[in-house]
Ligand binder design. Structure first.
Ligand SMILES: *Cc1c(COP(=O)(O)O)cnc(C)c1O
Length: 229
């Protein structure tokens, strides 16, 4: 089941990329495995999936330690200060940096671990009160400040659009984040301004996100089925 789901999603990724003249190889699938048992993650791994996303530090730690070291992990949840050290240790990319305080902590811990840590800036594109993320207006200032931190590399932006009934309704939000990334890349604010990561799109709307420029799509339910509560 997981294998055929992965195959179906990869076909959709390829079709969406080709449909807008993008290279399918420029879009990576992050398999979101939060609340899913290690056995299911192992199944996905056996089907060739290497990149996974997790939201909760404690839960992720248990899984990462049990699974093959070749797997790559992106942190996509809300990161608390007291978990920054473990996050810097366990994850290849922290996708949800939205404040200088957490960036400073990640930088410090990455330094102690002797590594450079890739991060994305989570943008609250629609200014939703209840949602994490920096406002688009303040994103430039945040990245400028983070650029001074020696052990962090700002690779791009991450976003979660407002809830909508249809994927098409998310398109303008994806588009706005893409435009923001273009502005910021022109000002040379990213670590590599030639290849800026855009993490956007989930099970319901990843094809639309790809059409608007996503380089990372975070897909959970469409791979693993509904999550237990
Ligand atoms: C859970 C989650 C996803 C995956 O959502 P699905 O609808 O199950 O694909 C993607 N991104 C974030 C930030 C999540 O928390």
């Amino acid at each position: 089941m997981i294998c055929s789901n992965l195959t179906t999603i990869k076909k959709k990724i390829t079709a969406a990329a080709q449909g807008c003249n993008r290279n399918p190889g420029d879009v990576r699938l992050v398999a979101v495995s939060k609340k899913m048992d290690v056995k299911l993650i192992q199944q996905a791994c056996d089907c060739g999936q290497i990149l996974f996303g997790e939201n909760y530090l404690q839960e992720a730690k248990g899984k990462i330690n049990q699974l093959d070291k070749k797997l790559k992990w992106h942190f996509i949840g809300h990161l608390q200060s007291n978990k920054a050290r473990q996050a810097a240790e366990l994850f290849q990319v922290i996708e949800t940096v939205d404040r200088l305080k957490i960036a400073r902590l990640l930088d410090k811990h990455a330094g102690e671990l002797g590594k450079k840590l890739d991060i994305l800036i989570q943008v609250n594109i629609a200014g939703e009160q209840q949602k994490a993320g920096i406002s688009p207006e303040r994103t430039r200032e945040l990245i400028t400040n983070i650029s001074e931190l020696a052990n962090l590399h700002v690779r791009g932006l991450m976003m979660i659009p407002p809830f909508t009934k249809t994927p098409e309704e998310s398109r303008p939000w994806f588009h706005q984040v893409k435009q923001l990334s273009i502005d910021l890349a022109q000002k040379e604010l990213f670590h590599d301004n030639e290849s800026v990561e855009l993490s956007m799109g989930m099970s319901g709307d990843f094809t639309v996100a790809i059409e608007e420029g996503a380089t990372l799509v975070r897909v959970g339910t469409a791979i693993f089925g509904p999550r237990p509560n």
